[in-house]
Write a protein that binds this ligand. Structure first.
Ligand code: ZN
Length: 301
């Protein structure tokens, strides 16, 4: 039986939501890389609809919780350089939030991968850092000292004490979870007064994403919802966050990676990648606003 859900942000019935994209899944193309971070885009997706009330785009018939847990647990990991570049961009973007925090005692990252961002937070003065990550392969790729920071599995609020973190981060993960409200509400309870919950998400209304349409890398089988500024504000406000900040986010990656993400046909991508490798261009880092948003909300002191 296929289970249909209402909007996972505002709970408006999906019967009145407009079709955003038809389902496009070729099961013969699915691989262990389909649920890995920063893979080559496959442009497959669940049936996506857009909520008329809060502007969220979401899969109204998503896979079940157990199916997702399994897919991420066995997902391959193949993105250490890009993960490092992303972590650098996150730490730059989060500085205005860090400057507003009263304390840097402890931080939690939901969807931590190899824990590279925890490393940055530790350098920023956080005494205790902890991450949650479902992919065994990602954790196996983490250096020894970081593995002690990482808890393997899906995020569960009950694993942590209420009011015990000054900062909770969830980067490029809110699209992947079954219920973004559950994460945002749990984060609010786990934060100390004055603490902040920070997300980085795609913006389906971002210029590049609108231009690329079905060929945007955000069209992905892993994405169970896609946010815009309006839907993020709705989520953070309805959960009860204060001083909400939403701003565009610049990602800096190597040219090689941007080429891989691009919608160019494989017949062009391959020779281009070869040419860039020969000339050394592939290692040039380039910062681009590809239509991502960083959002922060604070727990009232
Ligand atoms: Zn909605």
């Amino acid at each position: 039986m296929i289970e249909t859900r209402s909007c996972p942000v505002c709970h408006t019935d999906s019967a009145i939501a407009k079709l955003f994209l038809e389902k496009n899944i070729d099961s013969t193309k699915l691989s262990e890389f389909s649920f890995a971070s920063r893979k080559t885009p496959e442009f497959m997706c669940h049936r996506l609809v857009r909520c008329p009330a809060c502007d969220l785009v979401y899969a109204n018939q998503p896979p079940g919780e157990n199916e997702l847990a399994h897919a991420y647990h066995v997902a391959e990991y193949d993105s250490s350089e890009e993960a490092n570049d992303a972590a650098m961009a996150y730490i730059r973007a989060i500085r205005p939030v860090l400057s507003k925090l009263a304390h840097r005692r402890s931080a939690l990252e939901i969807g931590t991968g190899t824990g590279i961002f925890l490393e940055h937070l530790s350098h920023e003065g956080f005494a205790g850092v902890v991450g949650v990550e479902p992919s065994s392969a990602a954790i196996a790729a983490a250096p020894e000292h970081r593995r002690t920071w990482i808890r393997e599995g899906m995020f569960e609020e009950s694993c942590f004490a209420p009011s015990s973190f000054d900062l909770i981060c969830c980067f490029m993960t809110m699209e992947h979870v079954r219920d973004p409200n559950v994460i945002a509400q749990a984060a609010l309870r786990l934060l100390r007064p004055g603490g902040a919950f920070v997300t980085v998400t795609h913006d389906y209304r971002g210029l590049i994403n609108r231009m690329l349409g079905k060929l945007s890398p955000i069209i992905d089988i892993e994405h169970l919802q896609l946010f815009s500024e309006r839907s993020l504000r709705h989520l953070f406000e309805s959960v009860g966050y204060a001083d909400i900040m939403i701003s565009p986010f610049v990602n800096t990656y190597s040219l090689q990676y941007w080429t891989r993400l691009s919608p160019l046909p494989a017949g062009i991508k391959k020779p281009l990648a070869g040419l860039m490798a020969k000339t050394g261009l592939n290692n040039v880092k380039l910062g681009v606003n590809v239509g991502n948003l960083i959002t922060a909300g604070f727990k009232n002191a």
